[in-house]
Design a protein around this ligand. Structure first.
Ligand code: ZN
Length: 165
């Protein structure tokens, strides 16, 4: 299996492999976004590792989705994954429950500054960076997941605000 480093701990393959047998290579025009998203993933890893006082691997990383991939995995119509501006991952389950990791990230003084959405999404954490659709302005949304009559929903938990100095 080819492993092409994108950042220290994130590979191109993790960020672009299809889970549905599709051609899901990231277009060159989105390469900068893919890198930025991977760097943000490194930031999440560093924050979680500092909190756990040991290295917190990020498992099950997923990033870019072309339209067909997004449709195949039931992503939302305007998913930031399609702009290579979102990442899903599972923090090392020996170190964090999903909700605990979500809490660490949202309570960090600066992690959310440039995050559009932080979501517990289908057994993963998802962060999205601001997209053109919202004029590249982060909405700072904190969302959890919930089953409503068998349908997965992501109700708004709150809007992150920067801690007061
Ligand atoms: Zn996602």
């Amino acid at each position: 299996m080819t492993r092409t480093p994108l950042t220290d701990h994130v590979t191109v393959e993790e960020m672009t492999d299809s889970h549905h047998g599709l051609d899901n290579d990231c277009p060159q025009a989105l390469a900068g976004n893919l890198m930025r998203t991977a760097m943000k993933g490194e930031e999440a890893r560093a924050i979680l590792s500092a909190h756990a006082k040991q290295d917190c691997r990020l498992l099950g990383i997923r990033g870019y989705r072309c339209l067909a991939e997004n449709n195949a995995c039931g992503g939302s119509e305007f998913s930031a994954h399609m702009e290579a501006l979102a990442m899903d991952f599972q923090p090392d389950p020996d170190l964090f429950e999903l909700r605990a990791a979500w809490d660490v990230l949202r309570n960090h003084p600066t992690f959310m500054l440039d995050v559009d959405q932080l979501i517990i999404e289908r057994g993963c954490l998802h962060f999205g960076l601001p997209t053109a659709r919202h004029n590249f302005i982060p909405r700072h949304e904190l969302r959890l997941d919930a089953d409503v009559n068998g349908r997965r929903t992501y109700p708004l938990f709150g809007i992150w605000t920067a801690p007061h100095a």
